[in-house]
Every structure is written in C-alpha cells, then in structure tokens.
Design a protein around this ligand. Structure first.
Ligand code: AMP
Length: 317
C-alpha cells in the first residue's frame, strides 16, 4: 500500500485511537514508520535495529516539520541505516515569556512527512517522560552559551544542552544531524560532545531556504504576509555581507555596516544583534579570519527570527 494512502487514513483517526492505529500499521507493515512515546519502547526498537547491524542516525526536532528538517532526514538516510526523528517541544529551552504554549504542534502532519521521507522511527515523548524530576540535573556548556543567543535568551542553551544530551542517552545514535540554521546551537552541541566524551558524531547540514531566500523555520508560520515580506531583509542583509567580503574584498566593518544600512530601511525590524564572528568561537571579529559567520537575530513584528551565513572563500548554500 502506498504511504500516501496510509497517511490519508491517518488523518481520519481520532487522537485516542492513534496507538491502536500505530499497532495496525506496524503489524501489517504498511509503513516502515513506527512511533513510540516511552524510553523503554524506544530502547527496544534501537536494540533490535542494532542487533540487525544497523547504524543509527538521529534528527532531534521540535516538530512542525518543514523541508529544512526533512533535509536533515535525507542526510541521515545517506549515512545511516535506521533514522530516528525525535519530536519534542522542549519546555526548558523556553523562557517564561516565550512561545512555548503557542509553539505549533501539527503531529499528524509531521508523522506523514516522516513517513514520506523514509524515517524509521519517531520518538515523541511526553514532557513527564523526559523530565520526571524537574531540574534534578542539567548540562551547561559555558564555552558558547553566553554570547549572541545566550545573551538574549539567558537560560536557552542550558535547556538545549540538557535535552540534546538526554536524547543522545535515550537514542544512543552513531550520528546526529543538526542544521546550520541554528549556528550557535550546533557549535554548542559540538563542544558538549567533545568535552563530555559523548560517543556520537555530529553533522551540520546547510540551511534550507525558501526560493526568495527566507530561511525555513517553524516560526515562519507566525508571520503575517507583510511581516513575511519584511523578513526577507535578514537573508538579503547576510547576502550583502557575504558578497562584500567574498566578492568585493571589502573590510569587515564595511560588510557589517552594509547589513545595518539594509536592515535600517525596515522600521518593523527590531534588531537583537548583527555580527560577523569567528565561525569557531563566535567572538566578533574586526579583521578577517579564515572561517567567519555573519549572524542576525531580530524581531519582525512579534516574531523573533535568526539567520546566518558563512563567510569564507567557500560560498554558502
Ligand atoms: P527545531 O525543530 O527548530 O528545533 O529544529 C530542529 C533541527 O532542524 C535543528 O537542528 C535545526 O537547526 C534544523 N533546522 C531548522 N530549520 C532549518 C533549515 N531551514 N535548514 C536546515 N536545518 C534546519
């Protein structure tokens, strides 16, 4: 049976019957996609995949999946034999005033996308499963938690490091896949894995953009039509900086000024930061180093967006 048929029928199943529906799908092997909510079920699936000699890939997400997430799945499928997508809106990385309660949770749609993308297992645990004891332990990665996003979202990276290490301990993947879109996040995870000797390889996959340049993000769905148009200024500004450095050989100060000048034309954009930084340390640089990254965080209307672009001899996606 084609997956699309299974997906269409999935839409018609009320939430209290989903677990039975999963069982039906699993027993008849209509779709290779399985979903589990508990750590015990997850570990049983992982054990069986490992005993079949499979290499495990993990793609951690908060759901509301788009083509950026799916590109991580595609990379995972190329390098590993059993792809686990985790879908968990992690409460500990949201500050009290942030969008935890309104964060989109289109689970049925997400499961259909996972099935279509050839995901083997979705782990979508309840918060109580992930955090049975509130704040009993957490992970701090001071090396890159305090600047940029960390300065504007003080407890954010503690929540990110904690959930990612927990997910690694639950899934025990060989390779985990993250997006360049969240540049500071992937750097933080690399530091954590290196310094805590976590036996997982980290891959960073290029940012997937809409055809007009807007970086795909689950939060883009908050944007009004007008805000979405305004939001294009972020990727345009990054491109200006990239071209100023890579094509025109301009000084970094001029490249950064080009970003600021462009963004200043949009009164509905409130900037948190606009920097050109060392791509390995995220320290702001005034003189060129071999690998740099331009990063912007800004509020467009009520929606906070981040984007970045590598600046080096190699042109970014
Ligand atoms: P999220 O669901 O926003 O936590 O993102 C889950 C993963 O998808 C993270 O590793 C993100 O960096 C990655 N991701 C989000 N948006 C994109 C994008 N536009 N292109 C590539 N990866 C992305």
């Amino acid at each position: 049976m084609p997956l699309g048929f299974a997906s269409a029928r999935w839409n018609n199943v009320s939430s209290h019957r989903r677990s039975q529906w999963h069982t039906f799908i699993d027993q008849t092997e209509v779709s290779p996609l399985k979903t589990v909510q508990t750590i015990e079920e997850l570990r049983a699936e992982i054990r069986s995949a490992r005993s079949a000699g499979k290499k495990i890939g993990c793609v951690p997400t908060m759901g509301a999946l788009h083509d950026g997430h799916i590109s991580l799945v595609e990379s995972a499928r190329q390098e590993t034999d059993f792809v686990v997508v985790t879908i968990f809106v992690n409460p500990t990385q949201f500050a009290p005033h942030e969008d935890l309660s309104k964060y989109p949770r289109p689970l049925e749609d997400d499961l259909r996308k996972c099935a279509d993308a050839g995901v083997d297992l979705v782990f979508n645990p309840h918060a109580d499963t992930v955090y049975p004891a509130k704040d009993a332990a957490y992970v701090e990665v001071p090396a890159c938690s305090t600047m940029l996003e960390g300065a504007h979202r003080p407890s954010h990276f503690r929540g990110v490091a904690t959930i990612v290490l927990k997910l690694f301990n639950m899934v025990m993947p060989d390779i985990a896949f993250f997006g360049q879109k969240d540049y500071q996040q992937q750097l933080l995870i690399r530091h954590m894995v290196d310094d805590l000797n976590v036996p997982v390889e980290i891959r960073t996959c290029p940012t997937v953009r809409e055809s007009d340049g807007l970086a795909m993000s689950s939060r883009n769905m908050y944007l009004s039509d007008a805000d979405r148009q305004t939001a294009l200024a972020l990727s345009q500004a990054l491109k200006l900086a990239h071209d100023a450095c890579c094509a025109d050989g301009k000084a970094l100060v001029e490249a950064r000024q080009a970003m600021l000048d462009h963004l200043a034309r949009f009164p509905d954009i409130k900037l948190d930061y606009v920097v050109i930084a060392d791509a390995n340390t995220l320290s702001e640089v005034e003189h060129a180093v071999p690998e740099m990254v331009a990063l912007i965080a800004a509020r467009v209307g009520t929606t906070r967006l981040i984007d970045n672009m590598l600046i080096s001899a190699a042109v970014q996606t």
